[in-house]
Design a protein around this ligand. Structure first.
Ligand code: BG6
Length: 254
């Protein structure tokens, strides 16, 4: 359940995928959209949880009346997940491709008898021509947790977030609409999200890229992660309940 590629009708790639990415069981894929559940970042579980490491099943596929193509994938608890995290769950990832849009729906169901907390994130790697000429709009006035400064909390004061070094921040309670401008490519990504309040902005820059085994040393200028989901605080799902979050991307070219 990992979108590794999204292209324009001309075939131009819109998602970053590292040339060093692993496509192996039990390893995450460096690029596209890793689906993060039930833990974001570090914690008792493996980094970013286990959903991105599991094999999901195709539940259904369809062609919508308006021509969009949709697929739903699912993942249920198994002895392996229960050994890591003692909760029954049912996950569904809906992927719906339109002419200029890609819509993702993440559904988390709690079929058990006890509530559980979770974090759920689309860890999207956008392809940009040059991150140093790119900007993210829509986060002014939003408070963020800066993991490069001992998780210090600050409020974003800029209209345009530009990049001149490593960045790793969780923006808490961000607006529903965001925009990425990739000036060098003449491209804009519009991000619309529902019930996914938080946004992480990440680029490893030079040194962290060198430390990541599945990331080419020279690849950092060509990617920008703008991740949408439930990060801080975690969401608590009552027995029998379902949570659903949606993120839609739209690309616009000059
Ligand atoms: C981001 C985190 O979401 O994911 C970063 O904020 C982390 O701290 C990055 O480095 C990549 O994580 P991973 O596990 O895919 O290497």
């Amino acid at each position: 359940a990992h979108v590794t590629s999204w292209t324009t009708s001309k075939g131009e790639e819109l998602f970053f995928l590292s040339r060093a990415a692993y496509f192996e069981a039990e390893k995450p894929i460096r690029g596209g959209i890793p689906v993060i559940f039930p833990q974001f970042g570090q914690g008792p579980l493996p980094q970013h949880g286990f959903a991105r490491l599991r094999d999901w099943e195709v539940a259904r596929t369809s062609v919508e009346e308006d021509g969009r193509v949709a697929a739903t994938l699912q993942l249920d608890a198994s002895p392996e997940t229960l050994a890591l995290w003692p909760h029954p769950f049912h996950l569904e990832l809906g992927v719906c491709v339109g002419a200029q849009t890609l819509a993702l729906t993440f559904r988390v169901c709690n079929p058990g008898n006890e509530a559980f907390p979770f974090q759920a994130v689309f860890h999207t790697y956008f392809a940009v021509e040059d991150v140093r000429q790119s900007a993210v709009y829509g986060l002014k006035g939003v408070s963020f947790i800066d993991s490069l400064r001992q998780n210090a909390r600050e409020v974003e004061s800029r209209d345009a977030i530009r990049f001149d070094g490593e960045i790793d921040r969780v923006y808490v309670g961000a607006p529903h609409s965001l925009r990425i401008e990739d000036a060098a490519a003449g491209r804009r990504f519009y991000i619309e999200k529902e019930r996914m309040p938080d946004v992480t902005v990440w680029n490893p820059w030079v040194e962290k890229a060198q430390r990541l085994a599945d990331f080419g040393d020279e690849e950092w200028p060509r990617m920008l992660c703008v991740e949408t989901g439930v990060m801080d605080p975690a969401y608590t799902l009552a027995p029998g309940e379902t949570w659903e979050g949606v993120t839609t991307f739209r690309v616009e070219e000059r």
